[in-house]
Design a protein around this ligand. Structure first.
Ligand SMILES: [Zn+2]
Length: 314
């Protein structure tokens, strides 16, 4: 670990600021730790015993340590930071309040679940009083293969890294960035991951990362989607089965759909299901309502227009 507690001090101390003659403790289990510094690894603290089981116990403790880390990282950037400072005007107590040059930044380290309503209220309260707000998430909200509504409401956007979420791993004492979030037909949610030792490293990455804006899918990627679709038809997950039944009820073959139902680019992470499903429904409805008066190329043109609109979200 990079940060430990010095005896008689509440604050965390970075291993690079280690001073001889003091005892240091794990911020989690409170066991004494030893200082290590060698040519192979950067300065760090280590438990005498191999393991620390502290963090598996609860998110409250991770929350306490996370707030301290955020404060320390802000101070390393020469910013004044306070933990749980009461703001009487809005009757709120932000996890960490950081003084920036021209504004104040509220950092909320969200480890527990939060309803959309409370999220809105809290964000609104801060914004109305001129505070900037940034959410850092705890382990519970970690991205998997699907995007939940809980995770979706915390998504940010930056021109250099696209849609992103920031996590703080209180146990490993690092920041985890999930970026370039997008949807791809049949593959669901896709993103890249970066791990950073502190806020400075994360901010530098965001600043210098030039985004791979190539959102268009290649021919082979599209072919891969088609193969996967064919395979999935046999596995029949419930959602896909509903789609196939829906087509069947209209005397149509699910696999007989025009290629324009497969989007040619990656999509912003705003859909619950892949866009192929609603595209197929649109084609079915059009064919039903307009019978032969709509041509295949007219349908393709319509989807091309939609593609332009989606690109505006990236
Ligand atoms: Zn420990």
């Amino acid at each position: 670990m990079i940060y430990a507690k010095m005896e008689h001090h509440e604050e965390l101390v970075c291993a690079t600021d280690f001073k001889r003659g003091h005892n240091y403790f794990c911020p989690g289990c409170k066991e004494r730790v030893t200082y290590k510094n060698g040519p192979q690894k950067q300065a760090h603290f280590a438990h005498y015993k191999k393991t620390c089981h502290y963090f598996s116990e609860g998110e409250t403790d991770a929350h306490v340590i996370g707030k301290k880390l955020i404060k320390l990282w802000a101070e390393k950037r020469h910013k004044q930071a306070k933990i749980e400072e009461y703001l009487p005007k809005i009757k709120q107590r932000p996890d960490v309040l950081i003084n920036l040059r021209n504004s104040q930044l509220v950092v909320e380290y969200q480890c527990s679940p939060l309803s959309l309503d409370s999220f809105r209220k809290r964000t609104k309260g801060y914004k109305e009083h001129g505070y900037r707000i940034f959410w850092i998430l705890g382990k519970r909200h970690m991205l998997g293969q699907r995007l939940t509504q809980q995770q979706a409401m915390f998504i940010n956007f930056h021109k250099n890294i696209g849609y992103f979420l920031v996590y703080l791993d209180a146990e490993k004492q690092c920041l985890v960035l999930k970026y370039e979030l997008c949807f791809e037909n049949l593959y669901g949610l896709r993103y890249r991951t970066g791990i950073f030792t502190d806020a400075t490293a994360l901010m530098l990455f965001i600043k210098i990362n030039s985004r791979n804006r190539n959102l268009a899918l290649t021919r082979s990627e599209l072919a891969g989607q088609l193969t996967k679709l064919e395979k999935n038809c046999h596995y029949l997950n419930r959602y896909l089965k509903n789609q196939i039944d829906y087509c069947y009820a209209r005397r149509q073959l699910f696999m007989g759909f025009p290629l324009c139902c497969l989007s040619e680019s990656r999509l912003p992470p705003i859909y619950q299901h892949e866009d192929i499903f609603w595209r197929i429904r649109v084609v079915l409805e059009l064919q039903e309502v307009m019978a032969d008066s709509i041509t295949r190329s007219e349908i393709e043109l319509m989807f091309m227009k939609h593609q332009k609109i989606t690109k505006m979200f990236f």
